[in-house]
Design a protein around this ligand. Sequence first.
Ligand code: SF4
Length: 215
Amino acid sequence: MTDAVETLRWAVANVPRLAFATGFGAEGCVLIDLIAREKLPIDIFTLDTGVLFPETYALWKALEAKYGVTIRGVAPVVAPASIDKLWLTDSDRCCDLRKVQPLRAALAGFGGWITAIRRDQTPERANARAVEQDAKFGLVKINPLVTWTHDDVWGHLYANDVPTNALHAKGYPSIGCAPCTSPVIPGEHLRAGRWRGAQKTECGLHTPEQKADKL
Ligand code: SF4
């Protein structure tokens, strides 16, 4: 925990205007717990794609109630009805309209953004650093949990009685939009249920358009 809190404190002291974009995964719940308990001036929002699980919307409310924080919902850049079921035909476009473009707009005016990524989640995240320059969004990117393991995360959640998504207990270790998330079986990679059957492993939020300069 200490390293994550120190990273967050460093960011607050050195980066003007910070935002945390959470998808309410286990790691995101850890960071909401740390931000709230440390009373850090960090704006928290979530990309409300319109097709999240009911359990995710319930967790959103539970976290706000427990910590007394407001977690802003950021909507897709077009009316959800106009892109209904787009995930079936063009998942990259769907993620762009529901996640990437809304994130870009939501981050306007901020100096840095905090993410919940860990190095061992995907090969694309294996080289992530605690503090990076994010060329994609033109911001400092802070990854406080980058060295944490899965067990570190769950140890913190249990020890601090942090609310988590009820789907975790039903075989969903990684949870995104409902149409693109399925449960995993024992032995599968923790993100195997995301875009199952497709080559896609990321929604584009953490995929650099060009190699980011590491601070
Ligand atoms: S995860 Fe699926 S439903 Fe959600 S934005 Fe991406 S393609 Fe669309």
